[in-house]
Each structure stands twice: as C-alpha cells, then as structure tokens.
Design a protein around this ligand. Structure first.
Ligand SMILES: Cc1cc2nc3c(=O)[nH]c(=O)nc-3n(C[C@H](O)[C@H](O)[C@H](O)COP(=O)(O)O)c2cc1C
Length: 482
C-alpha cells in the first residue's frame, strides 16, 4: 500500500476503519474508544477510527487503523496476512535508498516561528484521567553528527506536549534515537528532530522494528514498498522527511534542558513513572492542504503499538535467523501482541537437524533479542494457530525435560522483576523446546484418502462448507487444501 490516504480508503472499504462524525473532545473519546475496541472486540472484529470533527482543530484524527489486527497490518503492507514475513524478508534483503525530491506534498502549507503552534493539531490524551498531557505518538526522525553517527534514524518515541511550542521527548538511554541526539547535545548544540504523521504505511512498519544501528528504516520501508521512499529536506533542518506525509512537525532538542515526562500509559499495561527527559522546541509545522492527523494508539495491550511491534519484529527475527544467524531451517516466526517490543512470547517453527538443535536456537534468541519466552515447534505446526500450540504443549512437551530458564538479562520495564540492592532489574528468560522428542506414530485421524471421500460425502448430504481445513491437512502431512 503506497500513500496513507489510499490506505485509509482501502481500510474503510475493507471494514477496517469506522468514521466517527459527531464532535469529539481529543482529551476524552479517542483514547477511551480505542480501549473499548481493543479490550472489547475479538481480533477478527477490530477496526481503526477516523474522528472527523475534533474540538479545537480543523484536522480529522485517525488512530488504530494500521494496527487494529494482523489483517490491518497486512493491508498496510499490501499483502495477505500469511505473506507478511515473506514481504519483510524481501525488503530486508533488498532495501531501497531514499530518493530526494525538491518539492513535496508535506510542505504545501508551512508554519514557522510563532505560527508553528501545536494547538492547531488534534493531539489526543491517550489515557484520559491518567496521562500527564496530550502525546504525539508517531514516527520520529533524527540524525547524529560526527564520524560513525552521521546517519538518519527513525523510531517511535512518545512525545509529551508541554506547551504549544515545546515538547518533552521520551528519548530513553539505549535507544538509537537517544544516542544520536547525544552526539549534538554533548557538544552543547541543539539536536535536529522531526515527527512524521501520515507517511506511507511502510514507514511506520519499518520504524517500529528493532533494526540494527546504522540501518536507515526509510531504506527498509522502500524495500517493503518495492520503490524508494521520496524524501524532502525539512524546512528548518537538514533532516530528510517523507515527502508524501500529511504533516511534519520539526524541532530541535535543546542542550541542558530536561523536564519531567509522564505519567503515560505504557504498552506493558501500567502507567510509567515520571522521569526527566529532554525538552525540544518546535521550529516548524508543515502539512498538506487537507491533512489527517494520525496517532498510534498505545497503552494496555493488545494495542496498535504492540500489534505493529509484534508483527514487524517477528518478521525481522525470521530474516535474521535464516540469513544472518545460520539457521536456514527456520520456517516461521510469530510474536504475541501483548508486549511486542520486548518481553513477549516468540514462537518459531523449524526443521531441526538433530537432538538439541531447537534448544540451541532458543538460547541464541534468548541472548540476542529482548523476548522473554521462546517456544520452538516442528515445521508442521502453524505458529499463529492457538489450537496447534495448545496441542504441542500437551502432546510433545515435557516440562522437566524441555524447559530451560536463563537469568541475568536487563529488564528495566518488566513489572514482574524485583530490583536488586543497587536498583538494577535483572530478569530471566524461558526457552521451551516443544519439538517432537520421541517417535509419535500416526496421528489419530482417518487417513487422507478417507477424509477426502468423506468431504465429498459431507457436501452430498448438504452440510455447510467446512472451510479449507488447513490444520487437518497439515496433521495428515499434506499441504493445505491438497
Ligand atoms: C506507539 C509507540 C510508542 C513507543 N514509544 C516508545 C518510547 O517512548 N520510547 C522508546 O524507547 N521506544 C518506544 N517505542 C518502541 C520503539 O519505537 C521501537 O523499539 C523502535 O524500534 C526504536 O527504534 P530505534 O531502535 O531506532 O531506537 C514505541 C513504539 C510505538 C509503536
């Protein structure tokens, strides 16, 4: 899916976006409606929102359209849900450098100086009654200065509105965005930063992935799109921002200026503790003539934040395993949408080469990723199918033999981990080898030829279509529908 406007139209046509036309308060309905949607509806019925009349702003507000569910994510990528990991693999193997253009839709209207005023945007309060302020939750662009740091980075860092001209950015130590900003701030210089709203959906999907340092997420977004992302020089800095975006907020992080950020409802499901974070001054707001403001919905999982991070990071990990970490037998990867960026559950299906192989892959993943639980299954198991996973846990897994717990991992955001005397939080990880360890004999299903004949007989007696029955054919060792 190329442009964001086209994506919103496609989502609406597919029933994955609902318009709310009555007037809403950005401090109330959007944040609360999103919680009803994620907490109330099963995954297959979820949708995003377009609030067309937001009090105090001329712009509509969209949210949860990219990450209502895996179906929304797949639509954003322009593929079927089962093809998401394949599209990502192609993109990571063939990233596309950005293409710099001279004029851009995102700069049709330019506000600088006192006119660069955030109060013209419908920025919501995401956890009404608890968050400290409205927050900008979108793709953040920054770059470093000096040898080894002079590259651009895209991530999503929640940004608290302090007043119409200033924000507080959650640039947390350890993140690339923080390291790059430091290269300016340590010299007493302001660090350029920009927030991108309504860029090509692929830009969002790439920005939330934990890509290695030095990788410009816009080149991966180009790989996902199959063509380069057009970028234009920002009006008040040398940052290159997506030209087709709806809105760009430009700013500079100010040296030596920190302010209390939070509380904010986090993706782990609890409110953050307030902490000191850098202040940035807004230097420009540029936008299309008819922009939609889009904010990523976060807080109590599952949320848009965890859905996007789970799907992007599962695809990234599958590529790393197959192409960089010497595990070509890996078939598929899936991460639950509870805490997609970190302490979540990764399920990997793979063709093992012998005893102990799955467990070694599990240990590798425990060491190299922020995930807390890693389950390894045989290649005939669908990592997305809860029934398959329950079956292997009951039928292939012996807890005493097949479980490994490894400790000593920094876990600053894990609410289950007790801090040590020095205040450090070191957590542990669980590796579950649920591949078949023993010979199992035939599955307790009639043979495939009998099931085929029964399917014909089923139709003949007028029973409703039982569907593709992929799981049945996998159990019988045949490709789906064959
Ligand atoms: C809605 C949303 C909000 C996020 N907020 C933050 C944040 O405030 N701080 C942070 O470090 N990561 C946050 N993340 C996760 C990062 O965007 C993600 O880990 C990204 O890969 C970081 O990029 P980097 O590795 O280039 O720094 C958020 C993700 C989403 C989707």
């Amino acid at each position: 899916m190329s442009g964001f406007t086209a994506f919103l139209a496609a989502a609406e046509a597919a029933g994955l976006l609902r318009r709310v036309v009555g007037r809403v308060d950005p401090g109330f309905e959007p944040g609360c409606f999103v919680k009803w949607m994620y907490q109330g509806l099963p995954e297959s019925q979820r949708f995003g929102f377009l609030f067309t009349d937001v009090a105090g702003s001329a712009m509509p507000l969209g949210t949860a359209v990219l990450g209502a569910s895996p179906a929304s994510y797949a639509l954003a990528l322009g593929v079927e849900p089962a093809a998401v990991n394949d599209r990502w693999e192609q993109a990571l193997l063939a990233p596309r450098p950005v293409r710099v253009v001279a004029t851009a839709p995102c700069q049709e209207v330019v506000h600088t100086g006192a006119a660069a005023d955030l109060s013209r945007l419908p920025i919501p309060v995401w956890t009404p009654g608890r968050d400290a302020a409205p927050y900008i939750t979108t793709v953040t662009v920054n770059r470093g200065t000096g040898a080894g740091h002079d590259y651009q980075n895209q991530g999503v860092y929640r940004t608290q509105v302090r007043d119409p001209r200033h924000v507080i950015v959650n640039l947390a130590p350890g993140r690339q965005g923080h390291g790059l900003a430091r290269t300016w701030l340590d010299q007493g210089r302001p660090a350029p930063i920009a927030w991108v709203i309504g860029a090509e959906p692929a830009v969002y999907l790439a920005a939330v992935a934990n890509l290695p340092p030095g990788v410009d997420e816009l080149t991966v977004a180009g790989g996902l799109l199959g063509h380069p992302v057009d970028v234009v020089k920002a009006v008040t800095s040398d940052l290159l921002v997506p030209a087709n975006a709806a809105i760009i907020i430009e700013g500079e992080v100010l040296p030596g200026q920190l302010a209390m950020e939070g509380p904010f409802g986090e993706s782990a499901g609890y409110m953050s503790e307030p902490g000191l974070r850098p202040v940035a001054r807004i230097t420009a707001i540029t936008h299309r003539h008819d922009p939609v403001y889009y904010g990523l919905a976060s807080q109590m999982p599952p949320s848009e934040s965890t859905t996007l991070q789970s799907l992007s990071n599962a695809a990234l990990i599958r590529k790393l395993l197959r192409h960089d970490w010497g595990e070509p037998g890996v078939r598929d990867c899936w991460i639950d949408a509870m805490f997609g960026g970190g302490a979540a559950h990764l399920v990997v299906s793979l063709e093992t080469t012998g005893p102990g192989h799955a467990r070694r892959v599990g240990r590798l993943l425990a060491e190299r990723t922020p995930l807390k639980r890693i389950t390894l299954v045989d290649p005939d198991i669908d990592v997305r199918d809860r029934t398959d996973l329950d079956w292997v846990m009951s039928s292939h897994f012996d807890p005493a033999r097949d479980t490994e717990i490894i400790g000593g991992f920094p876990a600053p955001m894990d609410h289950a981990v007790t801090p040590d005397a020095g205040g450090r939080k070191l957590g542990s990880k669980l590796v579950i080898d649920a591949t078949r360890s023993l010979a199992t004999g035939p599955v307790s299903l009639p043979p495939a030829d009998l099931m085929e004949r029964a399917r014909t007989a089923w139709s003949a007696v007028g029973l409703p279509d039982p569907g593709a029955a992929d799981r049945l054919w996998r159990r019988l060792g045949r490709p789906a529908g064959k």
